[in-house]
Design a protein around this ligand. Sequence first.
Ligand SMILES: [Zn+2]
Length: 510
Amino acid sequence: MDKNHIQVFDTTLRDGEQSPGASLGINDKLTIAHQLARLNVDAIEAGFPVSSKVQFDAVKLISEEVHGPAIVGLARCVEADIDAAGQALKSAERPRIHTFVATSKIHMEKKFRKKEDDILNMAVAGVKRAKQYVDDVEFSPEDSARTGKDFLFRIIEAAIDAGASVINIPDTVGYATPDQFGALIKDIFNNVPNMDKAILSVHCHNDLGLAVANTLSAVYQGAQQVEVTINGVGERAGNASLEEIVMALKTRNDFYNKTTQINTHEIMRTSRLVSSLMGMPIQPNKAIVGANAFAHESGIHQDAVIKDASTYEIMTPMDIGLESNKIVLGRHSGRHGLKQRLAELGYELPTEELNQVYERFLEVADKKKEVFDEDIIALVADEHISAEEIYQLDYFHILSGNRAIPTATVGLKKNGETIQEAAVGDGPVDAVYKAIDKIVNLPTRLTEYSLRGVTGGKDAMGEVVVRLVKDDKKYVGQGASTDVIEASIRAYLKAINRLISIEDHENSQP
Ligand SMILES: [Zn+2]
């Protein structure tokens, strides 16, 4: 392999899914995995198969359907975990088992109450068992950044001797700093005699806002694989962000002299897809993919950028797949115009879905005359992401006003039948949600509701994101419409439908 090639290992579907408030259904995961393949990542960590039926089946389905990248399943150094990962990955073109055990003093003593040699034996046994299923085995000493160095070198050497092809160094708690983490990577290369027989990977968390800096510092010292997520999603403050690392290596190739195989033109699309499926908006000032990342506000800057973009732009919006010349669609654009624009934005929809999006597009075009790319993307997200549509909105009617008691009547379709309920509430959204609750009758709690305008202007479409909790699990839903009450209902129903289909799947027989 090219010694300047940096492998991009995406863990959006595994570590990213551990973000507070993101439960993805199987179809959502498959959609993201297909997009990651278009982005051309080297590896997709698809889940933790032993942890639940949904996780197992998602890894299995992605192994069957997604071609190109290596598909990775996570497993502790425990037989049942490794066996589950091996089973789930059976159909993958390039399967990889990623097995891990905690090696820091604090984790060994507090979590396991085990001694160093016992941990080392677990690691060796885990790698050997994984080798019975796949050739490609990755081993992580969890919490490496806080592990005693002598023991770390010893366990890495033993894992490579046992057959590990990738050694991943995680900064599990986001404690490292760039100079220190880089020095650790250098020490590993200098002290592990067989390190040249495996790839050295890093996995950094962002608790101190240093995940990207630590990762780049490791790359500078010779690390050959980076573990990252789209938009930097992940547990707590998240993981190192794929788009930032990829664009840093591309833009500063003069310094790093490293390349990735990422198709950067797919970055924006992937970012939006993950954001809308997980219901996690991107901060406007986020590097690379934030709404303002390429917006020049100062007059002096604007003037210079018009004369020559390189004055204030180190990358171009086109590099990441942002079209600079926005095309506006209207009613007259027709089905063909919509289909073509969708293709340019990267969405190839099956005919049935295209028809649904087209119907919604006509409604929106009637109400707001000019339909922007953002509007179309919100509509596709709304239609496309609907899991199984167990409950569908048939009609709603609200009565509201500053002296009226907000009252709502809602009709939902289920299996072709319409069920109607009415309720009063603190406001119109509360009233429609109470009416829906009466129909659906599930013990859920609404923990989050947010509304944003998709584009500027009074006639802008509104996009609503909600989170529901049932049995300590969170389910997200999103909906878009020029009517905010309708967008609110769509989002709520989507979360409910997702909840029901995930629960059904959990309870179904294998
Ligand atoms: Zn992690």
